[in-house]
Design a protein around this ligand. Structure first.
Ligand SMILES: O=C(O)c1ccccc1NCC(=O)[C@H](O)[C@H](O)COP(=O)(O)O
Length: 392
């Protein structure tokens, strides 16, 4: 090859799996060649990425352009891995190869490949951009330093079990949520700390705090403020986690637990993130919505807390019989044998709903809308259970 220039790729050298794998998961040379066959021009430059694989730039393409294409190819491969596990949510295409050239202009037309197919995919793509920007401002080293003197995380599962034993009812994870894509604004006069205090007083075992700003009008400031307001309940950081960096970030903001969504994360990511959670003292609530996701999660070692979301996050459809359906038969037995705590999530409004999911086998519930909308969210908890479950 003529005139090869060896450059270092601008991929961040993170030790993590992130939304676009940089080291372990790479397309085979064959599949890369096959899908890159449209690149048929003379070789001009060679670029080495972190994994040591070489990317070639041509006389017609800048090195940056070729790196973008390589990154796009890797993203495509990751989607293939995810799809093989039944995951429909694709990762954001970081940059696709330009589709059209007209003179000096290049166009990227909207198509199936670069347009989110549903709200969950849109949220995940947006999160990818957000996380990349945040990571630049707060690299992992900075987060690790901040964690050196952080107080230990609180016992999320212990709090749920204690509440369940105390009341004979599922332990409540009460959600501090201002808005959602399916329901819009849930509460105009939204004071996260006041709502958290009312939940704690009303008998909540743990709190879930939405931190996504764009779609839920939440924030990490809310999480921090609740942590600093003297609330004793353990806190779940309700985020769309796609990158292990977010686990560290959540912990620095006072989270005791995080949500891992099986509809978004491939098995390897869940396994890896569970390990990091353990290192950080974080509890992982792993969320499933159907049998396939449930089976994938049951095959992963070290899972202690599983949530069944009654809401389909792609269509918003709510059906609390999903909790019952998933806990019937063999799966219910496995859960029982392993002592995994099950959480019924979403669409719970009445004492009958609570009795129904408890009968199905959950020891905890995650509730937002029905309690956050009440003028007194603490009273909302009594209405939800049909009795006062506060400590006294
Ligand atoms: O609630 C939504 O519209 C939504 C859309 C896309 C992704 C996630 C979404 N919600 C997260 C949740 O599942 C709920 O906040 C949580 O389980 C509480 O549900 P609810 O009691 O029905 O407010």
């Amino acid at each position: 090859m003529e005139g090869l220039a060896s450059l270092k790729a601008p991929f961040p050298a993170t030790p993590f799996l992130s939304s676009r794998p940089r080291t372990s998961i790479l397309p085979s040379q064959a599949s890369f060649r096959k899908r890159s066959s449209f690149l048929s021009f003379s070789v001009h430059a060679q670029v080495e990425s972190d994994d040591g694989s070489a990317v070639v730039a041509t006389s017609g393409e800048s090195v940056t352009e070729v790196l973008k294409i390589k990154e796009w190819e890797v993203g495509m491969f990751q989607n293939e891995v995810a799809a093989s596990q039944g995951i429909r949510i694709r990762r954001r295409p970081p940059s696709g190869p330009p589709l059209h050239y007209v003179g000096p202009f290049q166009f990227r037309l909207q198509n199936e490949g670069n347009t989110p197919r549903n709200i969950l995919e849109e949220i995940v793509w947006n999160k990818d951009t957000e996380v990349s920007q945040l990571k630049e401002r707060k690299p992992l080293g900075v987060l690790k330093k901040a964690l050196e003197n952080a107080p230990p995380a609180r016992d999320f599962i212990g709090a749920l079990k204690a509440a369940n034993e105390r009341t004979g009812l599922p332990g409540l994870i009460a959600e501090v949520k201002k808005a959602s894509p399916s329901r819009g604004i849930l509460r105009e006069d939204f004071d996260p700390v006041e709502i958290a205090k009312a939940y704690e007083k009303g008998g909540a075992a743990c709190l879930s705090v939405l931190t996504d700003e764009k779609y839920f009008k939440g924030s990490f400031e809310n999480l921090e403020a609740i942590r600093k307001a003297g609330i004793k309940c353990p806190l779940l950081c309700k985020e769309f986690i796609i990158d292990a960096w977010q686990l560290y970030y959540a912990r620095t903001k006072g989270a005791d637990a995080v949500l891992l969504i099986a509809a978004v994360l491939p098995d390897l990511d869940i396994k890896y993130m569970i390990k990091i959670c353990k290192l950080l003292g974080l509890t992982a609530l792993v969320e499933v919505h159907d049998e396939r996701e449930f089976d994938r999660v049951l095959a992963i070692e070290g899972i202690e807390l599983i949530g069944i979301n009654n809401r389909n996050l792609e269509t918003f459809e709510l059906d609390i019989s999903i909790t019952k359906k998933l806990l019937e038969g063999e799966r219910g037995k496995i859960i029982h044998e392993r002592g995994i705590i099950m959480v019924g999530e979403s669409g719970l409004f009445t004492p009958d709903d609570i009795a129904y999911v408890q009968e199905a086998g959950v020891k905890a519930i995650l509730v937002g809308e029905s309690i956050v909308k009440q003028s007194d969210p603490g009273k909302g908890i009594s209405n939800l259970f049909g009795k006062d479950i506060s400590l006294g």
